[in-house]
Design a protein around this ligand. Structure first.
Ligand SMILES: Cc1cc2nc3c(=O)[nH]c(=O)nc-3n(C[C@H](O)[C@H](O)[C@H](O)COP(=O)(O)O)c2cc1C
Length: 195
């Protein structure tokens, strides 16, 4: 049974889908760092390595992304919730108090889990957002492997494992974004790690 809904209902319903969070960064025409919080970042293709992100069509960062032609995707750790909020506030210096290092694609935020250099391939206008598909041209994973930041119903949390680790064979099966499925578990069982 489906019911009519308004944008608030739509937003609230989608908020129930937990996501990871990134800050995508680049530079403005004066070489100053810019960035915005994005939870719409996800993997698209392995060969070639493609990712996508949806950016609001009124976003000021979108102008700099289009001009620079690329960005750095910083995958945030569980200790970076406050930093994430900072990167969603307008009219402030989002980099104030933030430790980062320079890279060709855009600033790399210290203590992130991973950093991906992305070169914009194509964009599609989709309603009030622009879907940007980009090729990953380089990446680095934090050797400390911090826990990921998780966004759910407007709040930040962290990941907690609740099922036993995947069997060695299943875990090594390749897939987009590390996708793998425990072969011993049937659909809808607690052993189904991803679908
Ligand atoms: C957790 C979180 C995730 C967000 N994800 C997105 C996103 O995927 N796309 C988007 O356009 N805005 C997203 N936003 C909102 C932008 O970060 C926010 O609108 C920002 O002010 C845009 O800044 P700009 O206009 O300077 O580009 C998110 C905000 C938060 C807090």
């Amino acid at each position: 049974m489906v019911a009519p809904f308004d944008p608030t209902d739509f937003r609230r319903a989608l908020g129930h889908l937990p996501t990871g969070v990134t800050v995508i960064t680049t530079t403005d025409p004066f070489g100053r760092p810019v960035g915005m919080a994005c939870n719409s970042f996800m993997s698209v293709s392995l060969k070639p390595p493609l990712v996508m992100v949806c950016v609001g069509n009124t976003s000021s960062t979108l102008v700099d992304l289009r001009r620079s032609g690329g960005f750095c995707a910083n995958i945030l750790g569980s200790g970076q919730g406050q930093l994430c909020r900072q990167f969603s506030v307008k009219e402030i210096d989002r980099f104030a108090g933030v430790r980062w290092t320079d890279s060709a694609a855009g600033p790399e935020l210290c203590d992130a889990i991973a950093w991906m250099s992305c070169s914009i391939d194509v964009e599609h206008v989709a309603g009030d957002h622009v879907v940007i598909i980009a090729e990953v041209t380089g990446l680095r994973v934090n050797p400390d492997e911090p826990e990921p930041l998780v966004f759910h119903c407007g709040t930040f949390g962290s990941f907690r494992e609740i099922v036993e680790p995947l069997a060695a064979g299943a875990a090594s099966r390749p897939g987009v974004g590390g996708y793998s499925r425990a072969s011993s578990a049937g659909p809808g069982t607690a052993g189904q790690a991803a679908s």
